[in-house]
Design a protein around this ligand. Structure first.
Ligand code: GTP
Ligand code: MG
Length: 442
């Protein structure tokens, strides 16, 4: 036998022996002590409502808790889905409930709905992260910590009577490992009884074929196993919400009044509102809280701690050392940092080289352009020079012609100014002015 096996056997705890008591001791009051402590501490319950704008989320919440929560109507023009939590202190008998209702405002209103689920997933994770951070604190105070983790997601399905929209399937698929989903058909008074029956079957079929895990009411506790099993078969609940009171017989009941009749919210022949209230509040509220902590939060915590380098030691291996993990993580982080730095440096060098090449290419192009322009300029200059020479020659020729003309003109003028003088002499010779004219003019 190996040494470790021997060690394990010797370390194994002995089975505790059963003894009977001689009389009443008092530890049978432990459950009562627990109840009393919990009641003093109060409870928190957080509901996430996901459904299209105006599907009846606020009305259903008001109907469920028989009060009026202050809510604003959402517009249909939100750019993206926004989570709006509101917390209320409620009291019933001596039990205090800190209720948070989180509305997914603007859900289904965007043209591109690809990422509609993301803000919802991020919100759920952020609440888990807050809780984990509190747990990891040296001085943690989980006792009075306001737990904001989502305990249930009421998914409001539009009563189309056809099938689930792809947005519904994608969103529920993304949420099912993070939160307890209870799908409900909203405004069930707008769909006929036979259509509703077929619609329910269709929805459940689609959820199963797409592998969407919805919350199943637990059947392991004998006290509620039967009712829960029956209710599981009724999912998704078809609900009607109303805060209006209508007189039916001699009783005032919450209902929706139509010209053809009255839909009573709490009448099980009219809708499944009572079933939802029973399952959500009166029977399974604690299981929803439990499941959130032991299943969904546990999954988140495990992934996060593994990411941080924590690991469980099995029986054979050395116990897990936080110091070693820290050192290993630090080394890993530093080498990652170095790698990133080197990568960035290389990227920078490459960028500089690329820019240099680009600049050189630009310079060469500019130089070519300059040379080209220079050649054009020289050609133009040469042409202008030629033109100038031609013009000069023309001007010279013109000037020569002009000078010749002027010379001719002056000669002609000179000649005409000489003619009267000669005529004068001739007249004198002829003896009178009239005889001159008659003689000289041909
Ligand atoms: P936003 O918060 O603006 O997204 O709306 P909402 O989902 O909270 O819906 P809200 O409860 O404000 O209801 C919108 C309208 O639907 C109101 O006129 C309600 O009276 C009506 N309504 C609510 N529940 C039901 C229902 O079960 N059946 C019918 N027919 N109408 C309902
Ligand atoms: Mg609302």
């Amino acid at each position: 036998m190996a040494a470790t096996d021997l060690e394990r056997i010797s370390n194994a705890e002995p089975e505790p022996r059963s003894l009977s008591l001689g009389g009443h001791v008092g530890f049978d009051s432990l459950p009562d002590q627990l109840v009393s402590k919990s009641v003093t501490q109060g409870f928190s319950f957080n509901i996430l409502c996901v459904g299209e704008t105006g599907i009846g989320k606020s009305t259903l919440m008001n109907t469920l808790f028989n009060t009026t929560f202050e809510t604003e109507e959402a517009s249909h023009h939100e750019d993206c889905v926004r989570l709006r939590p509101q917390t209320y202190d409620l009291q019933e008998s001596n039990v205090h409930l800190k209720l948070t209702i989180v509305d997914a405002v603007g859900f289904g209103d965007q043209i591109n709905k690809d990422d509609s689920y993301r803000p919802i997933v991020d919100y759920i994770d952020a609440q888990f992260e807050n809780y984990l951070q509190e747990e990891l604190k040296i001085r943690r105070s989980l006792f009075d910590y306001h737990d904001t983790r989502i305990h249930v997601c009421l998914y409001f399905i539009t009563p189309t009577g056809h099938s689930l929209k792809s947005l519904d399937l994608v969103t529920m698929k993304k949420l099912d490992s993070k939160v307890n989903i209870i799908p409900i058909i909203a405004k069930a008074d707008t769909i006929s009884k036979s259509e509703l029956h077929k619609f329910k079957i269709k929805i459940m079929g689609e959820l199963v074929s797409n592998g969407v895990q919805i919350y199943q009411f637990p059947t392991d506790d004998e006290a509620v196993a039967e009712i829960n099993a029956v209710m599981n078969a009724h999912l998704p609940f078809a609900v009607v919400g109303s805060t209006e009171e209508v007189k039916v017989g001699n009783k005032l009941v919450r209902a929706r009044q139509y010209p053809w009749g009255v839909v009573q919210v709490e009448n099980e022949n009219h809708c499944d509102f009572v079933k939802l209230r029973e399952m959500l509040i009166r029977v399974n509220m604690e299981d929803l809280r439990e499941q959130t902590h032991s299943r969904h939060y546990e999954l988140y915590r495990r992934c996060k701690l593994e990411e941080m380098g924590f690991q469980d030691s099995d029986g054979d291996s050395q116990p897990f050392s936080l110091q070693e993990t820290y050192e290993a993580k630090r080394k890993e982080f530093l080498s990652e940092l170095q790698r990133k730095e080197e990568e960035m440096r290389q990227m920078f060098v490459n960028k500089v080289k690329e820019t240099e090449l680009e600049l050189k290419e630009k310079e060469r192009e500019l130089h070519e352009k300059f040379e080209h322009l220079k050649r054009i300029h020289q050609e133009e200059k040469r042409k202008v020079e030629e033109k100038r020479r031609e013009l000069e020659e023309e001007t010279n020729a013109f000037n020569c012609r002009k000078a010749a003309m002027e010379a001719l003109q002056s000669q002609a003028l000179h000649a005409t100014s000489q003619q009267p003088l000669r005529k004068d002499k001739d007249k004198k010779k002829a003896g009178g002015w009239s005889s001159i004219y008659s003689v000289t003019i041909p």
